[in-house]
Design a protein around this ligand. Structure first.
Ligand code: GLA
Length: 387
């Protein structure tokens, strides 16, 4: 974040609360390279952090009051009492930061209040984890100000609990871990069972490639039904197969598993996606570690087909991005994030960026869809203190 933007957040805090903040923190949005809907199946994911981030100026308070203000929403600060915070009592944006305070207190940490001023450049509803960025930036700020000594993974777990229980969205652990733990120039290979992680160097520019994010502008919301239905369907599939989670079905056991689910077509589709998707993450890691980056393209495309046909969470706009990008020379493309709208990623040779971008924009115009927002994603830093 530029010094000017940081000063703007500091100024926003001072204007609301009449004093300098104790500090300023940032946490990024993410795109997921591969490994979709595997996180609540104890599987593998591979996100990296975007340069877009939520920034929070925060001061500690001792009187039990929590004040929240967002430069993006405007209006007066929302004032709450930390002792009154209760799950699912709040349906507005403030549920994310106040849910984090609730989760910290639930975990036994004595949080006696805070003044918070937030500003975010992560597009919301675009499948780029704007909510996790808000949660993690507040969690990190309170961790520092209250000297809690929690590590990135612990903060991620607390933020996930805030979102599951306080906000009421049944999300997995990927987005919060990405915001907390990603490193610039790397993708994060994460085993969501135990949060074991490996930073995989991912510098496309050095190899003459780019990764484009195409935000279809189709809004999605995870608390609205379909995400939860997929999650419940996967849990049902695991129960039918007698495993703790679908992660426990290896790819060479897939045929036998599908055989056992022969009279349950829906369970078959969900299981096939998760099992093959975990294998695709491992394949992408192997290719990147072998320096064979261009070869990940077809793996991304296979991941999209699986999400579209088996998991059934794509939409016409996402499919159009993928089909058009591939037809105009992209190396690979897939939807990213929870689905039902949001964003796709496109892997391209640097020389093809303009051609592919124009082709996608033209196809959207021809189809009568809202113009997409296209930008280049550079793997950026995870959550940190700025000042
Ligand atoms: C959303 C959720 C994540 C993950 C993805 C799909 O982003 O927040 O936990 O399940 O969808 O991979």
């Amino acid at each position: 974040m530029g010094a000017a933007a940081q000063e703007q957040v500091r100024g926003g805090f001072t204007a609301r609360y009449g004093a300098e903040p104790d500090g300023i923190w940032a946490a990024p949005g993410r795109v997921n390279l591969i490994g979709e809907h595997t996180d609540y199946n104890d599987g593998f994911v591979m996100p990296f952090a975007l340069p877009h981030q939520a920034v929070a100026a925060v001061s500690r308070r001792a009187d039990g009051v929590l004040r929240l203000h967002s430069a993006d929403i405007g209006g007066d600060p929302v004032e709450l009492r930390v002792a009154d915070l209760a799950p699912e009592s709040d349906r507005s944006w403030t549920a994310y930061p106040s849910g984090v305070v609730w989760a910290l207190r639930e975990a036994g940490h004595e949080i006696t209040g805070a003044d918070v001023h937030l500003a975010s450049t992560v597009p919301s509803g675009a499948g780029l984890s704007s909510s996790a960025a808000l949660e993690v930036v507040v969690a990190l700020a309170l961790n520092d100000l209250y000297g809690l000594g929690l590590r990135g993974r612990q903060l991620a777990r607390l933020c996930q609990r805030a979102e599951n229980v306080y906000v009421g969205a049944p999300v997995g652990i990927m987005d919060q871990t990405a915001a907390a733990c990603c490193e610039a120039g790397h993708a994060l290979f994460l085993d969501t069972r135990d949060l074991a992680q490996r930073q995989i160097p991912f510098d496309l520019a050095a190899e003459g490639m780019r990764l484009l994010v195409v935000d279809t502008q189709v809004k999605h919301s995870h608390s609205e039904g379909e995400y939860g239905k997929r999650r419940a369907g996967c849990e049902r599939g695991a129960a039918l197969l007698g495993v703790a989670a679908l992660r426990d079905v290896a790819v060479d056991e897939l045929d036998a598993a599908l055989e056992r689910l022969a009279d349950d077509e829906e369970a078959q589709r969900l299981v096939r996606h998760i099992v093959t998707e975990n294998a695709r993450v491992e394949r992408v890691v192997a290719l990147l570690e072998a320096g064979d980056t261009r070869a990940i393209g077809p793996v991304l495309v296979a991941g999209h087909a699986s999400l579209r046909d088996d998991f059934r969470i794509s939409c016409p706009e996402l499919d159009l991005v993928v089909d058009t990008a591939l037809a105009s020379g992209a190396l690979g493309a897939r939807m990213t994030g929870g689905g039902f709208g949001g964003s796709a990623i496109v892997l391209v040779e640097a020389a093809d960026v303009d051609g592919v971008t124009k082709a996608v924009e033209g196809a959207f115009a021809d189809a009568g869809f809202t113009a997409p927002r296209v930008f280049e994603a550079v793997p950026s830093a995870g959550a940190r203190r700025l000042a």
